[in-house]
Design a protein around this ligand. Structure first.
Ligand code: ATP
Ligand code: MG
Length: 466
């Protein structure tokens, strides 16, 4: 694996080196070029002064040239050479400088050319200018050669250069150190995140990453913690569900086993008792069947399979559910009253809406008192379709209202089981309501009993096609 830190440091180093090299080269070459330009201008000007002064002579001889040059200030040059038209030196003041004059330049100047050179060598600017000398008639009578050696300017320039170099080195080192420290901190935090991910992946959902600071990595850490939190909750719910479900299935199975054992072991069991036992076995089996059917309904709702919603009428669904529940209501002598408005259409599936309506009304009858009352109302306004199921039953204590939509939750276990309840009805109602974009609330009815209110968004006529 290539470490991000190494890649990062390598990348920054390359960038830095390029930047610093450019910083070291450009200003210096620019100032050097400028010095060359200046040298050219000043040397050319002085060479042309000497050349025109010598132009007054008919021919260049040692004496005449020395006389003329004595009047001119040529002390600034390391060497001044004058040759006559035959290329023979008639003036040369700097034999001791050890500089070889550019004889070739002088020869070219004798044929009429101005020649200039400037270069930087051995910590000095060395410049030379060679120019023809012409007399009044325009004939070339010789040539002048000036050589200048400037170590002072070179010194200044080299001083600047070494300062830039030192500064660059310092900048480079500090930047590299900063990048190394910064990337180390970054990598360490990323490693912490990776090791947390590994811990959670290994199954420890209670693990949380300790986040610091307020940057993107902190954000990532917080997101990771939230994700783990959700995983933790889901995992706990799953475990509880599995244990609750097995418990729910175990109880009727144990009864069946007990009853069948009694029949098998009791050889001369009388037919009346036998019938009673077998009926009990049938009842337990029916309970098992109901529970498993409800579990299947819940797992279908959990699966999040995208069902295609269709327009369904709340009024008709309530009528269908009540026709199924009338016998139960009669048995408990509970009166059913309905106020069902027309046009209460929602987008759902007929099956889910039936589950919602049936479970709510069934509960209202089951947990009612003798001669109690159930009032079902459906109504619609511009945006919402509302179904209200009120009863005058035993009511739900306030502290239980939050939990009654949880799986297998029963307020009064004994009573609910006696009534054949598995504690799954309201969780199916809850999940189905949410699956179709609705909401459900529960409250107390006055003077006694409970009220369940389910609201759905009212679909537009384009959606329902009605
Ligand atoms: N209208 C009501 N009045 C009083 N208590 C209620 C009412 N509706 C529900 N409950 C309480 O809430 C619990 C959960 O209801 P839920 O419908 O989920 O399960 P259940 O009726 O026991 O079983 P199931 O509906 O699966 O056959 C019930 O056991 C009961 O204690
Ligand atoms: Mg129920």
């Amino acid at each position: 694996m290539h470490s991000i830190r190494n890649q990062f440091v390598a990348f920054v180093s390359v960038l830095l080196v390029i930047l610093l090299i450019l910083l070291n080269i450009f200003p210096l070459t620019a100032s050097r070029d400028q010095v060359f330009e200046e040298k050219k201008a000043s040397l050319s000007a002085q060479a042309s002064v000497i050349s025109s002064s010598l132009g007054g002579l008919d021919s260049l001889t040692r004496e005449t040239v020395s006389d003329v040059l004595a009047f001119l200030d040529i002390s600034g040059f390391a060497r001044t050479i004058v040759v006559n038209d035959e290329g023979i030196s008639v003036y040369d003041d700097g034999g001791q400088t050890g500089v070889d004059p550019e004889i070739a330049d002088l020869r070219e100047s004798l044929s009429g050319k101005n020649i200039f050179h400037s270069f930087f060598e051995d910590s000095a600017f060395r410049s030379s200018a060679s120019m023809p000398v012409s007399n009044r008639l325009g004939m070339i009578t010789g040539a002048v050669y000036l050589y200048e050696y400037d170590a002072q300017r070179a010194q200044i320039l080299m001083g600047i250069q070494s300062r830039i170099r030192n500064l660059s080195l310092a900048i480079g080192l500090v930047s590299l150190a900063t990048v190394a420290v910064f990337s180390e901190v970054l990598i360490r935090r990323m490693r912490e995140l990776v090791s947390s991910i590994r811990i959670v992946a290994a199954g420890d959902y209670s693990h949380r990453l300790v986040t610091r600071g307020n940057d993107e990595l902190t954000e990532l850490g917080d997101e990771f913690n939230q994700l783990t939190e959700r995983l933790d909750t889901t995992e706990k719910q799953r475990r509880r569900f599995v244990s609750d479900a097995s418990h729910e299935l175990k109880t009727p199975l144990a009864s069946i086993r007990l009853l069948s054992d009694s029949i098998v072991q009791n050889e001369d069991i009388d037919p009346e008792m036998m019938r009673e036992f077998v009926t009990d076995i049938g009842n337990e089996a029916e309970r098992l069947q109901r529970t498993t059917e409800k579990l299947l309904d819940l797992s279908r709702l959990d699966d999040d399979i995208q069902v295609v919603p269709e327009p369904v009428d709340v009024k008709q669904t309530v009528i269908d559910a009540i026709s199924m529940l009338n016998p139960l209501a009669a048995e408990k002598s509970v009166k059913l009253r309905c106020d069902l408005a027309d046009g209460c259409v929602i987008m759902a599936t007929a099956e889910d809406l039936y589950h919602i309506v049936f479970n709510l009304i069934e509960n209202a009858i089951k947990y009612n008192v003798n001669d109690g009352m159930v009032h079902v109302v459906s109504e619609a306004d511009e945006n919402t379709v509302t179904l209200t199921v009120e009863d005058t039953g035993i009511g739900i204590p306030e502290e239980d209202r939050l939990n009654i939509f949880s799986r297998f939750y029963r307020v009064d276990k004994a009573r609910s089981r006696e009534a054949g309840g598995s504690g799954l009805g309201l969780s199916i109602v809850h999940d189905a309501v949410l699956a179709h974009g609705g909401s459900i609330t529960v409250g107390a009815n006055k003077p006694q009993g409970s009220v369940f209110i389910v609201s759905f968004p009212r679909p537009s006529s384009e959606e329902t096609g009605i």
